[in-house]
Design a protein around this ligand. Structure first.
Ligand SMILES: Cc1cc2nc3c(=O)[nH]c(=O)nc-3n(C[C@H](O)[C@H](O)[C@H](O)COP(=O)(O)OP(=O)(O)OC[C@H]3O[C@@H](n4cnc5c(N)ncnc54)[C@H](O)[C@@H]3O)c2cc1C
Length: 396
């Protein structure tokens, strides 16, 4: 197995790098590099810039408007975006519902939704989890009852990321209660403007409005918004989850954050010396760097065996990737010490001055640390990923 990039890969990397240098707006870059919050407009703006270049859908086949890149090219692109500090392309449309529409949707659904996802005309959110149905997702209770050429949907979703901005939600709904729980689920696409939908914010530990509760009260959904067959939604749901977990390792971003960590640890002092020269702290950073290098090699190994479909090894990347991300934020907070404690939300939202003692680097770090507790929970908690590994890789 050769894990080195070929000459073509390196030429591709240069092409991406040159493009990003010329096209990534500086204000967006500064927000990302400085751990500031991004608005809906920020995400949409970057999405539309990339769409002009035809680089939004790196995992889609060319026939649908994707780049048609190899897994290695996709990896290089993600690395370069992370290195430059681009906003993310939000996964809910491009990487989650789109592959499901391509694999299981009908022609009319493909023709209508896929171009709107590419152009960011529709902002999607994910309606899987419910109160009491997170890890045990198949126990979900939101009901969809057939009434002529519509479904009538009643129930509640929760933790719905950025639903406050969404035009569309893809939902798992129960269409049959008299069968095994996995067999009575369907996959519905719902317009968020439909009467009967209420979105309520859940404010996170860092005081950010990132997730929501979404309530459905007699919501009328046309039957043509059903994906595939009624009661086969669990198959489509699992297909989507495989795609959800592939990019969660976020090695490129972790590499950028490691450089940031080293920079702040060189600036802050312990016993009159830069913290990075403290033997105990330096050994923590070194062991994290070794873990990250090992993860990167593992990602490259997985990519080099790419079969086109993410397998259970995605679980392994999810666990390691999120552990490293969380550890990075822990070491950042440790580096700035008490300067990380004061909290100024306006500064995170884009104010250039803040009322906090300490420098600009330190001010966003405590909220960043708290926010990253989510990564071992979402996308299927890390404990659930371990269950998947024991069953599907170790065969226990
Ligand atoms: C920031 C954030 C954003 C999210 N965004 C979305 C979204 O956009 N759309 C969406 O549908 N969902 C979203 N989620 C929900 C997420 O998928 C669930 O939180 C996750 O699946 C865990 O479910 P739960 O919260 O119900 O916890 P539970 O399932 O109740 O789990 C509680 C604890 O028990 C452990 N546990 C549960 N079952 C087992 C088991 N069998 N073996 C071992 N340990 C177990 C879990 O690991 C966890 O530690 C988001 C969550 C967060 C935190």
């Amino acid at each position: 197995m050769d894990l080195n990039y070929t000459a073509e890969d390196l030429a591709f990397r240069d092409q991406v790098r040159t493009y990003l240098e010329a096209n990534l707006p500086q204000d967006l870059q500064q927000k990302v590099l400085n751990h500031k919050r991004l608005s809906r407009e920020d995400f949409v703006r970057w999405h539309k810039i990339l769409a002009k270049q035809g680089w939004v859908a790196t995992g889609w086949p060319a026939e649908y408007g994707g780049t048609g890149w190899t897994a290695t090219q996709r990896h290089i692109f993600e690395e370069e975006c992370a290195r430059a500090g681009t906003p993310a392309i939000l996964p809910f449309g491009v990487n989650m519902v789109a592959p499901v529409i391509m694999a299981f949707g009908n022609q009319a659904q493909k023709d209508y939704y896929l171009p709107r996802i590419l152009s960011c005309e529709d902002w999607w959110c994910q309606g899987y989890s419910e109160p009491g149905s997170g890890s045990d997702l198949a126990s979900l209770k939101t009901r969809a009852e057939r009434d002529g050429d519509h479904y009538i949907v009643n129930g509640q979703k929760t933790w719905t990321t950025l639903a406050q901005h969404a035009d569309m939600i893809f939902c798992l709904v129960r269409t049959d209660t008299g069968v095994r729980k996995q067999e009575g689920i369907s996959f519905l696409l719902i317009d968020m403007k439909t009467p009967g939908i209420t979105v309520r914010p859940i404010i996170m530990l860092d005081e950010d409005h990132e997730v929501n509760e979404v309530f459905f009260d007699n919501v009328k959904v046309p039957v043509e918004n059903l994906i595939g067959e009624e009661n086969k939604g669990w198959t489509y749901a699992k297909y989507l989850l495989g795609h959800e977990r592939t990019n969660i390792a976020a090695v490129g971003r972790a590499k950028r954050e490691l450089q940031f960590l080293k920079r702040i640890a060189a600036k802050h002092q312990k016993n009159g010396l830069p913290l990075i020269d403290d033997a105990v702290y330096a050994s923590k950073v070194a062991s994290l760097e070794v873990e990250l290098m090992a993860l990167e090699i593992t990602v490259l190994r997985v990519i080099s065996q790419d079969s086109g479909r993410p397998g259970p090894e995605a679980s392994l990347l999810k666990i390691k990737g999120t552990e490293i991300q969380q550890r990075l934020t822990e070491l950042m907070v440790e580096a700035v010490g008490p300067y990380g404690l004061p909290f100024d939300p306006a500064f995170l939202e884009g104010e250039t001055v803040h009322s906090i003692v300490g420098d600009d680097d330190a001010a966003p770090l405590a909220p960043y640390y708290f926010n990253f507790r989510k990564t071992s929970i979402y996308g299927g908690s890390n404990e659930i990923q371990k269950n998947i590994i024991t069953q599907m890789i170790l065969g226990l």
